[in-house]
Design a protein around this ligand. Structure first.
Ligand code: HSE
Length: 444
């Protein structure tokens, strides 16, 4: 019989917010973790370029240094946790660990969304664990749920709210707390939003997470550059007010469907009916829904960002890795739930060919015949109008907001029509369109 180790060593690269959370959990939950593992999960080394800032956690002398390569190669380190983000040098660090058969655990969605398959191949070849639960949905165990709990189903759709910052801003705007710029500025002052919020508010972070969800849910690799992405900067308090009036809540959704001809994947603000559970997901929370042939809809809700929630996901992966180390075995489940060679590169369906219902807000000259011009252009593109709303009292300087709700319309046709309307003299601002998802979770 092989003698069991009594300690599994963790090396942490990147001592920022999440890294500090990992250190706290390994310290505060040490007894529980030891009871689960039958061995200690011990932080033996940390590498960060900043060795001076006080993170509020005490550690033994000599644990913190700058040498990431030395940490990875250290024989006491069994599990390498990468929390620096970005593509390089994160990719090289993870690769170096996996090539030695060491486990790599990461929260790096930008890296995984593009290079996940490549890293999974290396991990599988070397019998090492590649853990990335923290990359998507923060503390929500969504990767494990899809990969393991839903392994018996065939997943057809995955969609939801995967960015806490954007959801916080939209939730505050819905509560009447101010415009996009005002709420963002307050969120930054409170430390809720990053100083550079681009990835969060422009949908890029959601895109990275969607690509990861597609890989694990459908076994397909998509090129994120081909995915339609819209953020929330253009959402105005007027749009929020109309949504509320019509019984909807605006959410930044990431949506993917697996179809026989390719993967439909998109990230954009969406009017979600107030009867749908996703409309109730407020603040910085995330919620991800799966639609499977056998299970139907299931929904996973929780804190998708923040130090401690995200750190729980990192530590859970480290515990999985420690089990492999203690059992002298390779992981029983491949990183994406199926061997990497089974993951197919899939075509992303062109957004222009997809059809949705839309809310469109125009700012039009307040005079007879203008609406007729608009409807004529829409009719030429065979865009059916379900409702029209105009509030006279909102007229400002001779222009009024006119809001229409379209029937299902092909995206390319709507874009052509809006481009033609935009150049009309009587159209006083670029029309704003927001997709309306009436049938989330109902395959179409
Ligand atoms: N910045 C992300 C968010 C958290 O706001 O959801 C990490 O994925």
């Amino acid at each position: 019989m092989v003698a069991r180790k009594k300690q599994v060593g963790v090396g942490l690269i990147g001592f920022g917010t999440i890294g500090t959370g990992v250190v706290k959990i390994l310290r505060d939950h040490a007894r529980d973790i030891e009871a689960r593992l039958g061995a200690q999960l011990k932080l033996v080394r940390i590498a960060d370029l900043d060795t001076r800032t006080d993170r509020g956690v005490r550690m033994d002398k000599g644990v913190l240094g700058k040498d990431a390569h030395g940490l990875i190669d250290d024989s006491r380190v069994d599990v390498v946790v990468e929390l620096i983000g970005g593509t390089e040098p994160a990719k090289s660090f993870i690769t170096r660990a996996l090539l030695q058969g060491k486990a790599a655990v990461t929260a790096n969605k930008a890296l995984l969304s593009v290079h996940g398959l490549e890293l999974a191949k290396i991990a599988e070849k070397h019998g090492a664990l590649l853990g990335y639960e923290a990359s998507t949905g923060g503390g929500i165990p969504i990767i494990r749920s899809i990969r393991e709990a839903l392994a018996g189903d065939r997943n057809r759709e995955v969609y939801g709210i995967v960015n806490g910052t954007a959801n916080y801003i939209l939730s505050q705007m819905t509560k009447g707390a101010g415009s996009f710029d005002e709420v963002l500025a307050r969120a930054q002052a409170m430390g809720l939003a990053e100083a550079d919020p681009t990835y969060d508010v422009d949908g890029i972070d959601s895109l990275h997470k969607l690509a990861i969800l597609v890989a694990v849910a459908f076994g397909k690799k998509i090129n994120p550059a081909r995915v339609h992405v819209e953020g929330i900067r253009h959402i105005s308090t007027a749009d929020i007010a109309y949504a509320t009036e019509f019984g909807y809540t605006i959410k930044l959704l990431a949506v993917a469907r697996d179809t026989p001809v390719g993967v439909e994947a998109r990230v954009h603000p969406t009017m979600v009916p107030n009867s749908h559970l996703l409309s109730q997901v407020g603040g910085a929370f995330n919620a991800i829904a799966l639609q499977g042939d056998a299970l139907g809809t299931s929904l996973y809700y929780g804190q998708g960002a923040g130090m401690m929630p995200t750190a729980t996901a990192v530590v859970a992966d480290a515990i999985d890795a420690a089990r492999c180390v203690l059992g002298h075995r390779a992981p029983s489940v491949p990183p994406f739930g199926r061997p990497a060679r089974e993951i197919r590169v899939a075509k992303v369906l062109p957004m222009a060919d997809l059809a949705h219902e839309h809310y469109v807000r125009f700012k039009l000259a307040d005079k007879p015949g203008v609406l007729a011009k608009i409807t004529a252009i829409l009719a030429k593109e065979e865009i059916g109008i379900a409702t029209v709303a105009q509030h006279e009292e909102r007229a400002v300087r001779g222009a009024v907001p006119v809001v229409i709700r379209t029937h299902r319309v092909v995206e390319g046709a709507l874009k052509r029509a809006l481009n033609r309307i935009d150049v009309l003299k009587d159209c006083r601002a670029r029309p704003v369109s927001i997709r309306v998802e009436e049938r989330l979770g109902e395959r179409n």
